[in-house]
Design a protein around this ligand. Structure first.
Ligand code: NAD
Ligand code: GLY
Length: 357
């Protein structure tokens, strides 16, 4: 088993990574000090694949387990659904010490995390991520949120989990497009902080794509380590943590303008290429590195080229993005594979030039 410690003082926690960890969840929960009641929050897809077996095993291990389900999909990240979960938690079951186990992808992690952060002013949260994106990114760092109207992820809290259990065996049932979404964040992690990890991905793409377990554990471990390292330096996202948004400024705009027709991971991949293209035009990122980035993204099943979208609308959407600082659009640009910098001094004419190809 691999382990990443998120060193946040008395809010610190472990991220456990291995194949088959769901079967040992009871032991790890007990090691964390939990016994008695537990509440699993999941969706019907994940319940069927893993939730029922997890409940049975935890019951056999002596826990009293309740399972609450919400439908699948981003639209479940809402105050309405959170409200329903509060009611179900309150129906005589959950106490202040009862942990909520968020079993699923980033949607369940964010929603169940938000509920755990707010129900009775906070009950313990355990993240059990089952998508690649959730294992390498959303389960770590304590951002929990719901959407509200046009506010995406903006009603939320920083609420760290007490434990993260990443069972890499769950990735075997993930649809290919969801795996690719997660790969965008894996590549992002390498570009922002670790050139050696980038080379590892380049050299092991075949194994990663055929879901070789050692390769999966390695990419989850290294991405989780990078995220943990950034989070412990800037838990509340006041500066450095922004580098985790590499590829996301343009990526979010592409998602918005395409009316979410472009998948999140695809949009981030295109956003990473565009940001690298801007850096190259500014003379701070080498063309040979740009070629490596394009190759790794395409190798991972992600696009590197802009789809046919109105560039003007993308620029407009970027200006509305929440990362806008003092009227300026903030970019994370690479200096080299493994090193990025944050700037709000990019001329939007240059952005337009790069986006127009
Ligand atoms: P998701 O949670 O919607 O999961 C994708 C799909 O895979 C869903 O249909 C889900 O039911 C299914 N699924 C989950 N596990 C499965 C498995 N093992 N086998 C088969 N199917 C499975 O999407 P996601 O990409 O995991 O997460 C996206 C969400 O994460 C967004 O809401 C985004 O805002 C959020 N996010 C949060 C953070 C953060 O720091 N909190 C960071 C990045 C993204
Ligand atoms: N996914 C961005 C962050 O956690 O800050």
């Amino acid at each position: 088993m691999k382990k990443v410690r998120v060193r946040l003082g008395d809010k610190g926690y472990d991220v456990l990574i291995a194949r088959g960890l769901l079967g040992q969840a009871g032991k790890h929960l007990r090691d964390c000090g939990f016994n008695g009641k537990l509440v699993i929050i999941t969706n019907p897809i994940v319940q069927e694949l893993y939730g029922n077996a997890l409940r049975e095993k935890l019951s056999a291990d002596g826990f009293q387990v309740a399972m609450l389900t919400v439908a699948d999909g981003e639209e479940q990240k809402s105050l309405d659904v959170a409200g329903r979960l509060y009611t179900e938690l309150g129906d005589g079951y959950a106490e202040r010490t009862t942990p909520v186990l968020a079993l699923g992808g980033g949607v369940i992690g964010d929603l169940a995390g938000f509920v755990a952060a707010t129900y009775m002013r906070g009950v313990p949260l355990v993240q059990i991520p089952t998508t690649l994106l959730a294992q390498v990114d959303s389960s770590i760092g304590g951002k929990v949120a719901v959407n509200h109207g046009k506010l995406k992820n903006e009603i939320g809290a920083f609420y760290q989990p007490r434990l993260v259990i990443s069972d890499t065996a769950t990735l075997k049932t993930l649809p290919a497009k969801e795996f690719a979404n997660g790969m965008a964040e894996v590549v992002k992690s390498a570009v922002i902080k670790d050139s050696e990890f980038f080379a590892f991905i380049e050299n092991n793409l075949g194994k990663i794509k055929t879901l070789d377990n050692a390769a999966l554990e390695e990419i989850v471990f290294r991405s989780a380590s990078i995220k943990a390292n950034v989070v412990i330096q800037d838990e509340l996202d006041t500066g450095l943590r922004n580098i985790l948004n590499y590829g996301h400024t343009i990526g979010h705009a592409i998602e918005t303008v395409s009316d979410f027709g472009v998948e999140h991971g695809h949009a981030v991949a295109i956003g990473m290429m565009a940001a690298a293209g801007i850096a190259e035009k500014l003379g701070c990122f080498d063309k040979s590195e740009l070629i490596r980035l394009k190759a790794i993204l395409e190798g991972a099943g992600l696009p590197a080229k802009m789809p046919k979208l109105d560039t003007g609308k993308i620029l407009k959407a970027m200006k509305h993005d929440k990362k806008i600082a003092g009227g300026k659009v903030r970019f994370v640009l690479p200096k080299a594979i493994g090193e990025v910098f944050i700037t709000d001094e990019v001329n939007l004419t240059l952005v337009e030039e790069v986006l127009s190809g």
